[in-house]
Write a protein that binds this ligand. Structure first.
Ligand SMILES: Cc1cc2nc3c(=O)[nH]c(=O)nc-3n(C[C@H](O)[C@H](O)[C@H](O)COP(=O)(O)OP(=O)(O)OC[C@H]3O[C@@H](n4cnc5c(N)ncnc54)[C@H](O)[C@@H]3O)c2cc1C
Length: 347
């Protein structure tokens, strides 16, 4: 009989945590999966890959409708986009996939699912919803959140991140996007194609700084031809609300200041690891600005505590999180001989 309640405790029900949970449960481990939101799926399903790719598809179709004649088709006058309908479609696609990432599915696989915010009370136990849960091994898979840099005025000015942008009621007539990484650029193209007037502001002289420059330049040229305005090599001095609009003051590389205003501001300036509130300091588990440091087996300083996915600050992609979730399976599976799977389903 184990001295712990579970073989493996997993914190975070996104791509990484779900992969670990399903793998470990099917291999016979007694698994506890704890998620803070009332549903599983994480960023990819609710605020990332799925809504963004669904939005991009709608924008692509609308763009093609507007350019039907370039495909030898009759020209059509397309009415403006009702963003509520685009958002409804996004919700329905998310709902379809949610069934595969449901609590029921994971408990059928044998994992016990709990919703709440756990906090480590010692190296093997967390406190969640007033209950103490111990596990032989833990996997921290809490993902990342949009980084909101300390730009003067930004915190006090209404702005959106990837958490809100897919579920708007109306299409912003004008949109300023801070940041020209993959998220900023995807959103710029999609909203511009749907009918917003989009301006992208970036500190570096180019977009998609982690990608090959020749490829990024092609994308920028195409988007500029479609009407996206790029304001590059500029530092953002201030963000403020001016009546119903948001005003951004920037200084370009010649020292010249200029101001731009829009109805809506989207902040897409990188990601911060979700490490707060876990009580990691109390178990002396170090956290760096980019994430939780791990070795090549994804073990933290405490060898029985693993970290996987965005929270490590590595490759911040769903497939990477899934791969790491599998890699962080604190097996070998023969560590659980003959163990029947957890009767995780409620009731
Ligand atoms: C707009 C956007 C578009 C993207 N598009 C793509 C794409 O096309 N392709 C791709 O590969 N990647 C894409 N990504 C990246 C992808 O979403 C992430 O890399 C992936 O979700 C990381 O998985 P994860 O399991 O590490 O974290 P997450 O999926 O974020 O899961 C972490 C989970 O942990 C939970 N959690 C956090 N803190 C706690 C806590 N204290 N207690 C309990 N639970 C907690 C969260 O609620 C969440 O459910 C995109 C991201 C964004 C923002």
């Amino acid at each position: 009989m184990s001295q712990y309640d579970y073989d493996i405790g997993i914190i975070g029900g996104g791509a990484a945590g779900l992969t670990t949970a399903s793998g470990a449960a099917q291999l016979g481990a007694k698994v506890m999966l704890i998620e803070q939101e009332g549903r599983l799926g994480g960023d990819c399903l609710h605020y990332g890959c799925v809504p963004s790719k669904t939005l991009i598809k709608s924008a692509h179709v609308y763009h093609q409708m507007q350019h039907a004649s370039s495909f030898g088709l009759p020209e059509v006058a397309v009415p403006p986009v009702d963003f509520r309908q685009v958002a409804d479609r996004i919700r329905s696609v998310v709902d379809t996939i949610q069934k595969h990432d449901s609590e029921e599915r994971f408990c059928t696989l044998g994992a016990k699912v709990m919703f709440g915010q756990p906090r480590f009370v010692d190296e093997h136990a967390v406190q969640v919803n007033g209950t103490s849960i111990s596990a032989s091994k833990w996997v921290i898979a809490t993902g990342s959140s949009p980084a909101v840099p300390p730009i003067p005025g930004l915190a006090d000015t209404p702005h959106l991140t990837n958490k809100e942008i897919f579920y708007l009621d109306t299409l912003p007539p004008t949109l300023i996007i801070l940041g020209a990484g993959p998220i900023g650029i995807e959103m710029a193209q999609a909203f511009n194609r749907l009918g917003s007037r989009v301006t992208v502001i970036n500190r570096s002289p180019r977009i998609l700084g982690r990608e090959d420059k020749d490829m990024a330049d092609v994308i920028m040229r195409i988007m500029a031809n479609e009407g996206v305005q790029f304001v590059l090599e500029t530092s953002i001095e201030q963000v403020e609300r001016v009546s119903s609009q948001v005003r951004v003051t920037v200084t370009d590389n010649t020292g010249k200041q200029r101001q731009m205003a829009a109805d809506t501001l989207l902040v897409a300036m990188g990601r911060s690891p979700n490490t707060g509130g876990l009580g990691l300091e109390s178990i002396d588990l170090p956290v760096e600005r980019t994430g939780i440091p791990v070795d090549n087996r994804l073990r933290t300083r405490h060898k029985h505590i693993y970290a996987a996915g965005d929270v490590t600050g590595g490759y911040q992609f769903t497939h990477a999180a899934g791969y790491e979730g599998a890699l962080s399976l604190p097996m070998p599976c023969f560590a659980f001989p003959g163990r029947s799977t957890t009767p995780g389903c409620p009731g």
